[in-house]
Write a protein that binds this ligand. Structure first.
Ligand code: ZN
Length: 414
């Protein structure tokens, strides 16, 4: 692995620095143009000849930790394919499930190709850490999982991807689904998924018992889609909380969407958030429209880990999503009506470090916020004046570094 010297970049909009990376880790940060930097450059000239030293001119750009997409459906994406008419009526979840079932096998490209292309575009836009779902059900078996695993392998030098075995169509409505999920766990899956235990399977106890039992037996984490609103969602969340406590699964469970939080009275929401913080249950949001906008600042204030995701992208569920986590960061700030620079910066922290902590709760970035000595060299460089302006402008001209390697430049994978 080559060493990398990134010169003249501004961590989180601060003063220009030079960053030295080796072994995939940030080893040294010195002020740009400082005498020590010049000395180091002279040393490097000598070293260049005998060692691999890659020099990257930051040209005064901002530098942040790379983006983390903690809620993405790589198995359903149609990014890069022609737009398809979508007039699916929003009757219930099942109308979308059926529309997807009717179409995914004839999508114009295989799951492997679609997932690989989409993951590559996301990396080119600055995302190097993902948690992707792979739908497993009676219709597709493990076929879609295989596509997601192939995409992960294709980009393994450019990104790290966790895969969730996701029972999109429920665990109980069709025969054999829990056994298929278990087969997924024996074949490279990192987490067990669940979905709307009351609204979809209409049997929260059995649904959650299956999910937690599988996670317990295979020693993996859990990631549950919880779209259920109001009292219903609160009930399901309490069932999840109860099981996390009983099995001591602190730090291993994520609730995605969590729309029920929106409808709660503020005091009740504070109580639920305190419990999530205590049990270290994370949240994931895709920054949806008003109906499901989670109060970001309130959640951060409560000390709950939260990350951001793209969800499905241009697929049979939704035409939204374009693989650019910076666009989604703008959406997170916009839907939360954030206006102060410092608040917008927190949205950017959520899209980068927040997601990293959803994936690995032991990640501690401290004051350096992911661009400090000892931090993993997973970085994105982009033009801009300061963090909030970059979120508003969403510029091109990015350079992406993963595990100390330059993996994309100006929108193209290297
Ligand atoms: Zn989802």
């Amino acid at each position: 692995m080559s060493d990398v010297e990134i010169s003249n970049v501004r961590p989180w909009g601060g003063d220009p620095v030079d960053i030295r990376v080796s072994g995939g880790v940030i080893r040294e940060i010195v002020p740009h143009d400082s005498p020590s930097a010049e000395g180091a450059a002279a040393r490097d000239d000598a070293r260049d000849a005998e060692h691999d030293l890659v020099r990257l001119d930051g040209a005064g750009r901002l530098v942040f930790p790379s983006f983390s997409d903690v809620h993405v459906h790589l198995d359903s994406t149609r990014v890069g394919l022609p737009f398809e008419p979508n007039e699916v009526e929003r009757r219930n979840l099942w109308s979308f499930i059926q529309n997807d079932r009717d179409n995914w096998r004839n999508a114009g490209a295989s799951v492997t190709d679609r997932a690989t292309h989409t993951l590559g575009r996301a990396v080119a836009n600055g995302m190097t850490r993902a948690r992707s779902y792979a739908q497993i059900d009676a219709d597709c078996g493990l076929e879609r999982l295989e596509g997601v695993l192939a995409a992960r392998e294709a980009h393994e030098d450019r990104s790290s991807v966790e895969v969730v075995a996701f029972p999109q169509a429920g665990l109980l409505l069709e025969p054999g689904v829990p056994a298929l999920i278990e087969e997924g766990l024996r074949n490279g899956v990192d987490l067990v998924g669940g979905i709307d235990p009351c609204a979809l399977d209409e049997d929260p106890r059995q649904h959650l018992d299956i999910v937690f039992d599988l996670a317990d037996r295979y020693g993996v984490g859990i990631d549950i889609h919880l779209h259920e609103p109001g009292e219903l969602g609160l009930f399901s969340a309490q069932q999840i909380i109860k099981r996390v406590r009983a099995l001591d699964m602190r730090g291993q469970v994520t609730i995605a969407h969590a729309f029920f939080l929106v409808g709660l009275a503020e005091s009740q929401r504070a109580q639920v958030l305190a419990e999530l913080a205590e049990l270290d249950i994370a949240l994931a949001t895709v920054a949806p429209s008003s109906r499901g906008t989670l109060p970001l600042l309130e959640i951060l204030e409560a000390g709950v880990r939260i990350g951001l995701g793209q969800d499905g992208q241009r697929d049979y569920w939704s035409p939204y999503g374009n693989t650019d986590m910076l666009d989604r960061t703008w959406q997170l700030a916009f839907t939360n009506n954030l206006r102060r620079d410092s608040d917008i910066e927190r949205a950017l922290e959520t899209a980068t470090l927040g997601g990293a902590r959803v994936i690995d709760p032991t990640t501690d970035h401290g004051a350096s916020r992911g661009v400090g000595v000892g931090d993993a060299a997973d970085l994105v460089l982009l033009p801009g004046e300061y963090p909030a302006s970059a979120v508003m402008d969403r510029p091109g001209g990015r350079t992406v570094v993963h595990a100390g390697r330059i993996v994309a430049e100006d929108g193209e994978l290297l």
